[in-house]
Structures are given as C-alpha cells and as structure tokens.
Design a protein around this ligand. Structure first.
Ligand code: ADP
Ligand code: MG
Length: 248
C-alpha cells in the first residue's frame, strides 16, 4: 500500500530524516518508535505532504530551506510531490501531534468541519461511529473543543480524522502527555478501529511499552535513521528496545 524509499529531509543543513525506507501492506497497525527529535513528526509530515506546505511558506518568507529527497508510492502512485489535500482525497489522513482543533467551536461542529469533503449521510454515519468508539464524547457534544481535556481533545482529533474515511490513518504521538488510564483508553480504541474498519494505521511514539502489544510491525528510528525493525513481539523481546524505549 505504501512504499517509502530513501527519504532524506533537510532543514537548512540539518538532516532530520536520513535515507529512511519502509514498506507497508494494507491492514494492520505499524509503529514508528523514536526518542524526542528522532524525526517522527518530520516523517509523518513528509508522508502527509504537510512538509510541502511548510516548505512553500518558508520560501515565501525567505526563511529556512527545506529539501526533500526520496520517493513515496501510495497504492501504486508516486505521490512524492502531491499537496496534502490531494493525499487526503486518496485516503491518507494525518492526526497531527498535539491535536490542533477549532477551540471556539463545539465538539459536534469540529466533527462536521472535518467532514466537509463528504456527503451529509456519510458524515452522519461516521459521527455515529465516532460516538460508538468514544462514548465519553457523547455528553460533550456541545462543549467548546478548547474546554475539553487533553485526552478528550485527542479522541476528538482521531474522530475528526475518521470522519474523512481514510484508508491510511497516520497518528503522530497520540498518547503524548496523557495519563496512563487515558493512554489505555486510546490504545483500546485504536485496536477497535483496526478490527472494525480494517484501515491501515501508522502510529509514532516515544515510549514503546503501551503500543508494542497491539502493533503488527514496528520500526525504530534514531537521528532520522532506521536502526531496527520487527514484529511487535520481536521488538518487545529485544533488550535494546527494552532498555531505550520502555521508559521508567
Ligand atoms: N521546522 C524545523 N526547522 C528546523 N529543524 C527542525 C524543524 N522541525 C524539526 N526540526 C529538527 O529535525 C529533527 C527531527 O524533528 P522531529 O521530526 O520533530 O522529531 P520528533 O517528532 O521525533 O520529535 C530534530 O533535530 C528537530 O530539531
Ligand atoms: Mg514529533
């Protein structure tokens, strides 16, 4: 479904992704694990195309130069130079790090805004699904999104991504800053999404422990480079992974 070959991303002269390659089959949950600054967000922004927007903005401002090499093939098509909106139309949706939402709009409005590309009947069907997946959100329908807790906002952003009916869902550090209990709730929901919708999920995290049990395959990156990959079980039993990514 997705082939990434020899991705290199430079911010000015700083190399954020170094010859990164990976290949995903449709279905299943794939993790990219790396410590802070390893290049996880750069990878997600490059996959979703957001980095192209950033690059153009920086060029207009006369700011830093972003250079991207390598190739991304999605369902057989070279999408390396496509804008994010074009990638969304092809089924690839990113939930960005630290959940950007519309804080002044209520939860329901946020979900509806996310569905602007879809027909009304489809939006309704997906909103029902989001409330089925996250029952907590039902009683918060009319609350301004800015007043939701971090965990509730994270549920909302995943919900907003689902409204688009993606075939590939990219989650950039969805557990960041959440309590262990909220992390468990989200991990359970992500597992359910996989079981109930069959969509392909790529998830990045700093800490491997909460997510390794649910993933099908994982990649470890350090300083923008792939250092290790394997099934969830293989990574869980690897002493290096245990030492570096299991936290305290
Ligand atoms: N807009 C930017 N300009 C300059 N350097 C950046 C920018 N974004 C990220 N970096 C650098 O690229 C590297 C990878 O960052 P990032 O992809 O955000 O890592 P992660 O998400 O794994 O924490 C880091 O060294 C970071 O400082
Ligand atoms: Mg990041």
């Amino acid at each position: 479904m997705l082939q990434i070959s020899n991705l290199m991303v430079f911010y000015e002269n700083a190399l954020a992704l170094n010859d990164f390659s990976m290949s995903l089959q449709a279905g299943g949950i794939i993790a990219v694990i790396g410590s802070n600054s390893a290049g996880k967000t750069t990878l997600m922004n490059t996959l979703s195309g957001l980095i192209i927007d950033t690059k153009i903005k920086e060029q207009r401002k006369g700011g830093e130069r972003i250079t991207i090499y390598g190739k991304i093939i999605f369902n057989g098509e070279d999408i390396t130079d496509l804008y994010p909106s074009e990638r969304v139309k092809r089924g690839m949706v990113l939930c960005r790090e630290r959940h950007p939402i519309f804080p002044e709009s209520d939860l329901m409005e946020n979900l509806r805004i996310a569905g602007y590309l879809r027909k009304r009947s489809e939006i309704k069907e997906m909103i029902d699904y989001v409330f089925h997946l996250f029952p907590t959100l039902v009683r918060l329908k009319n609350r301004k999104a800015g007043f939701l807790s971090g965990g509730e906002q994270q549920m909302l952003t995943i919900g907003m991504a689902l409204i688009v009916k993606p075939s590939l869902l990219l989650l950039d550090e969805p557990l960041l800053g959440l309590s262990p209990m909220m992390q468990t709730t989200l991990v359970d929901a992500i597992k359910k999404i996989r079981e109930q919708t069959g969509l392909t999920i790529v998830i990045t995290e700093q800490f491997a422990r909460p997510i390794l049990p649910m993933i099908d395959y994982g990649y470890i990156i350090e300083n923008g480079m792939l250092t290790l990959d394997g099934t969830g079980l293989e990574l869980m039993e690897n002493p290096e992974v245990k030492g570096a990514y299991f936290g305290v």
